[in-house]
Design a protein around this ligand. Sequence first.
Ligand code: TMP
Length: 216
Amino acid sequence: MASFIVVEGLEGAGKSSVIARLMSVLKEHQFDVINTREPGGTPMAEAIRDCVKQDWDESVTQETELLLMYAARSQLVENIIKPALKSGTWVIGDRHDLSSVAYQGGGRGVSLDTLKSLRQMTLGDFAPHFTLYLDIEPSVGLARARGRGELDRIEQAGLAFFERARQTYQEQVASMPNAVTVDASQAMQKVQDDAANALNTYIKHVLSAQASNADV
Ligand code: TMP
């Protein structure tokens, strides 16, 4: 059975390099694999991505931002992720629901109850099988993001916003049995190695569960 693996973290945590490495790990195991990003990943969800990232000549309410994230997520999950998993293709997600909990919940202050009911309405019981959280100091991550160019509307939210988002990530991940934290302040090679090791441990666990199911 294919799994949905999600990579989470603040800007500049190194998600793209880690995802490239995880794709190679899955291919070495001869698994079919695709990668997705959120918000985005379908034509409509990519249009929503542009919409949430760009600067507007009006204030963007936290409700608008939140609903757009879930609208994009619904398009991606129903049109891409679920069909891929059904056909046996593994999916590596660059962000998923935990980003909304960290950014809109921790960062903007949307209540966990509101997030929970939107999640229930949009995703039901659908959830990642395994989450890798790349933990980085916001000041370090933002400096890396700034080095890549102009900051987008969300990246301009300020250090305190990202401190709250990080704290929420850390609290949530600590309570998730199927999530692993990688210290993203290390050299990128080491971050990738740690992430690849964590994924290999997860794959071993999946393969041995499948083998013992086949035995019965
Ligand atoms: P990125 O994938 O290039 O990091 O850009 C996505 C931006 O959108 C990033 O600033 C995080 C933000 N975001 C949210 O605020 N909530 C969400 O639910 C998701 C998926 C992303």
